[in-house]
Design a protein around this ligand. Structure first.
Ligand code: FRU
Length: 441
């Protein structure tokens, strides 16, 4: 556990030093979860991008390893993924070069990894896929499509996701595109796609495609939406109406989510970058900047509107967090607590005057508020409120807090709100009470 500064979480992964953004190359081999991440070891501002590297058996304690990939000349190492093949672990990532014109040049490259030896050898055939021109062409997510016996790569091309297929991870063939007319769009590109298959309660399967969307998400800035559909190895077909927008997390700090490649048939698990490009470069940590969220196990639930994503903390991670209500008099900075919120009630964290959640009197909406004196001049977009719709029945939730990183699961994991706070009092236990307007003064 690192305690060099107050906002260093104790369970969540942070870089020992420097900048972190997206999770990359997530892969489970044997009992070990391997995590790479966008890392600038030389600054706390996104600049010369490397792939940082860590591993864990339990998502509670982490082993840090030397960076896996470093820039070559002007080519930075942007986001990508990992797969296990008969010939070992392979990484696919975007090489990114800013152009003098202000544009960007992006291409995909293959790396042969030996995780035990800690060696990462670039393939001589690189780049294995180019965009044939400038523009957004990045964040390769590679999965194994068992029924067609091929590798599938998803790439963002800006407002849509392109699908490619390959037998050998070197020669890639274009298959299709998805998304220009589906879901939520802004002028900014979609980023960091992911695709995974989940069992349905009816005993069939459905595919979930997720993408990061910049700008204009409910709380402002960058967020993660998903689609539920079918994938035949060539084309993704959305099962919902094109204008249906589904948020994987309503919070302001859940971006670039990625699931682990695992060949053991276990439950799909993903995690995300716990920050937001709107203010990521201004947050008030010193030696490091950026963290990844807790992992979440993924499943599907049937609802009147169709299949929806359910995310739950793995039970082992959940149990490793003490209950705030059972902590000693000084409190703890990493804890969990279950709560229920009746209409008109609020959830207050860190003893702050402004409650973080406030359920409306009619019970049908939730106001999420974040405050931060440090942000008033440094990052005005950090503070503020937004609303999300909820159903009017009983509202049960569980909050997970780790030195200001707050992840809230409502309705047994159907709705999530992830937001990072930088409070004065990290160890004050959460409190549910009735909202009284005088408190607002
Ligand atoms: C998403 C992103 C990716 C890109 C990476 C660069 O946060 O913008 O699209 O590969 O960050 O660090």
């Amino acid at each position: 556990m690192m305690t060099d500064e107050p906002f260093r979480p104790s369970l969540h992964l942070t870089p020992p030093k420097g900048w972190m953004n997206d999770p990359n190359g997530l892969i489970k081999i044997g009992d070990i979860w391997h995590v790479f991440y966008q890392h600038d070891p030389g600054s706390t501002l996104h600049d010369r991008m490397h792939w940082g590297r860590a591993s864990t058996r339990d998502f509670v304690s982490w082993v840090h390893h030397p960076d896996a990939l470093a820039p070559e000349g002007e080519w930075m190492c942007y986001s990508g993924s990992a797969v296990a093949t008969d010939d070992g672990v392979k990484l696919l990532f975007t090489e990114h070069k800013p152009l003098p014109s202000g544009g960007e040049c992006q291409r995909q490259s293959l790396v042969h990894a030996d995780l035990d030896a800690g060696t990462f050898r670039r393939d001589p055939a690189n780049p294995v896929l180019t965009s044939h021109g400038a523009g957004v062409f990045r964040d390769p997510k590679v999965i194994r499509h068992e029924s067609s016996g091929r590798w599938i790569m998803l790439i963002t091309t800006g407002q849509e996701i392109a699908f490619y297929s390959s037998q050998d991870l070197v020669a890639w063939e274009f298959e299709s595109v998805f998304g220009a007319n589906d879901g939520f769009h802004t002028d900014a590109p979609w980023e960091c796609p992911d695709l995974f298959e989940l069992a349905t309660p009816e005993g069939e399967t459905a595919w979930v495609l997720s993408v990061g969307v910049a700008g204009g998400v409910p709380g402002g800035g960058t967020g993660t939406q998903y689609f539920v559909g079918d994938f035949d190895g060539r084309r993704f077909i959305n099962r919902n109406a094109p204008d249906q927008v589904l948020w994987a997390d309503w919070g302001r700090d859940f971006y670039a989510a990625q699931s682990f490649f695992r060949s053991d048939g276990g439950t799909p698990v993903w995690l995300a970058w716990a920050s937001n490009w709107r203010y990521a470069r201004q947050t008030p940590t010193v030696a490091f900047r950026g963290a990844l969220t807790h992992p979440r196990e993924l499943s599907l639930r049937q609802t009147p509107g169709g299949l929806r994503l359910i995310q739950r903390l793995p039970e082992t991670v959940r149990r490793s967090l003490p209950l705030a209500s059972e902590a000693g008099p000084g409190g703890v900075a990493a804890y969990r607590e279950e709560f229920t919120l009746a209409p008109g009630e609020v959830l207050r964290l860190f003893g702050e005057d402004t409650p973080q959640l406030r359920r409306s009197e009619d019970g049908r909406s939730l106001m999420v508020t974040r405050y931060g004196a440090w942000a008033e001049t440094a990052a005005p977009a950090f503070a503020g409120s937004y609303q999300l719709p909820i159903s009017d029945g009983p509202l049960r939730g569980e909050v997970y807090v780790d030195h200001g990183i707050v992840e809230i699961a409502l309705d047994d994991g159907a709705t999530w709100i992830t937001e990072v706070h930088y409070p004065d009092a990290l160890t004050v236990a959460p409190e549910v009470c009735r909202w009284s307007p005088q408190e607002a003064a």
